[in-house]
Write a protein of this length. Structure first.
Length: 113
C-alpha cells in the first residue's frame, strides 16, 4: 500500500471517529435545558414548570429568525421588547438557576445583535 493510500485510510478513520465522538458528546444548550426541565419537574411547582416551558418555547420560536431549518414550528418576533419581557419572566421564577442561566445567555447574545 502506498503512502498516499495509507494517509487516505488514516484520514477516513479520523473523520469517522470524530463523527462518533460528536454524536456521543455534543449537547446543545437547548437540549440541556429541556432535559433539565423534564428531570427536575418534581422539584418545582406546576406553575413555575409551566412558566419555564413557556419561556423556553418563546425562545425557540424567536430562534427561527436565526436558525436555518427545513421545518419550523411556531414563530415569535425577535425584538428587544420580547427579549426584555422574557428577562422579566425568567427573573420571576425561583430556583432552576442553571436553566435560567442558559436561557439568559441565549437572550444576551440576541440582545447584542
Amino acid at each position: 500500500m502506498s503512502n498516499r493510500n495509507k494517509l487516505f485510510v488514516i484520514l477516513i478513520v479520523l473523520i469517522f471517529l470524530s463523527g462518533i465522538w460528536l454524536v456521543n458528546n455534543y449537547k446543545p444548550a437547548i437540549k440541556r435545558i429541556t432535559t433539565s426541565i423534564a428531570d427536575s419537574s418534581s422539584e418545582i411547582s406546576g406553575r413555575e414548570d409551566r412558566d419555564l416551558i413557556s419561556i423556553y418555547t418563546d425562545i425557540h420560536h424567536m430562534s427561527h429568525h436565526i436558525v436555518v431549518a427545513d421545518e419550523k414550528w411556531g414563530y415569535r418576533d425577535l425584538t428587544l421588547e420580547n427579549i426584555e419581557k422574557l428577562y422579566t419572566e425568567l427573573d420571576g421564577i425561583e430556583g432552576q438557576d442553571a436553566i435560567k442561566e442558559d436561557l439568559h445567555e441565549i437572550l444576551e447574545r440576541w440582545e447584542k445583535r
